[in-house]
Ligand binder design. Structure first.
Ligand SMILES: N[C@@H](CCC(=O)N[C@@H](CS)C(=O)NCC(=O)O)C(=O)O
Length: 255
């Protein structure tokens, strides 16, 4: 059975989980802790980014866009790409806009807020771990924080302000779809990509990426201004109508 190597809280990983769920692909998920994940992932891909999907034949697919492309070809139903080639290009352009621009910028603001609260950082990323392991992890977080900041381009106040602005850019983009979808009249990869990213700020109820409770006040302050944006309503609607998974899980999938 194929195994997704993932972070639980990550838009790129959520994209892949979402597609796997919709296409009901039998798989197992292994959640890694950011930091300790490096050795495992590097051995497979030569870099340290998740998601990674090692296949049974020894091939390793990495990168959310490449994994979605592979899934679309190997498991065509339900289709997540339009039939029309022009619309297909539009979907890929939106995916690139989020993957390469909006998502990494938003991540700077999110990571900055979480890194300021090591206990909450550990609760978010170590959700599946025992309280003891979470506590130990929270002690490492401040030591690793400068590296995490550097690796993600969190260079100072301007980078964080830009990340906050990127959240509004993403919400404006999806708000323009109103009650519909980002491309054409069918749900697909553009919607998954945008909603998975914006879920980190909107926190829709039926996302598997639920905030550990109580929500840390630093993080709550970051996400509060987005709540009533029309784009946030789009994200909630897309999750409610299409996500179809209310919990994340370890171990084998149910199908
Ligand atoms: N372009 C990649 C980006 C993946 C990415 O940035 N993953 C982050 C999690 S949000 C990661 O694993 N970071 C840890 C690291 O780089 O070591 C994709 O689409 O999958």
């Amino acid at each position: 059975m194929i195994e997704l190597l993932q972070f639980r809280h990550s838009p790129y990983n959520e994209k892949v989980r979402w597609a796997l769920d919709l296409k009901r692909v039998a798989h197992r998920r292994r959640s890694l802790l950011p930091g300790p994940h490096m050795g495992v992932v590097k051995k497979l891909t030569g870099h340290t980014q998740t998601p990674v999907l090692p296949l049974d034949d020894g091939t390793v697919i990495d990168g959310s866009a490449r994994i979605l492309d592979w899934l679309e070809r190997q498991h065509p139903e339900p289709r997540l790409m339009p039939d029309d080639a022009v619309q297909g290009e539009q979907v890929l352009a939106i995916q690139r806009r989020f993957d390469e621009d909006i998502t990494p910028r938003i991540r700077r603001a999110v990571l900055d807020a979480l890194l300021r609260r090591p206990r909450y950082f550990a609760a978010v990323f170590g959700e599946a771990e025992s309280p003891l392991k979470q506590r130990l992890y929270s002690l490492i977080v401040p030591l690793a924080a400068p590296l995490v900041r550097k690796g993600n381009g969190i260079t100072g106040a301007a980078a964080i302000a830009d990340g906050i602005a990127a959240g509004f850019e993403g919400l404006e983009l999806v708000a323009a779809a109103g009650q519909g979808y980002l491309v054409g009249d069918r749900f697909g990869i553009a919607d998954i990509t945008a909603a998975a990213t914006l879920a980190t700020l909107v926190r829709p109820e039926n996302s598997p990426m639920q905030s550990p409770q109580p929500v840390d006040d630093e993080f709550a302050r970051l996400i509060a201004p987005y709540r009533d944006h029309p784009g946030a309503a789009w994200v909630r609607r897309i999750y409610a109508a299409h996500r179809g998974a209310s919990v994340d899980f370890e171990g084998p999938s149910a199908y």
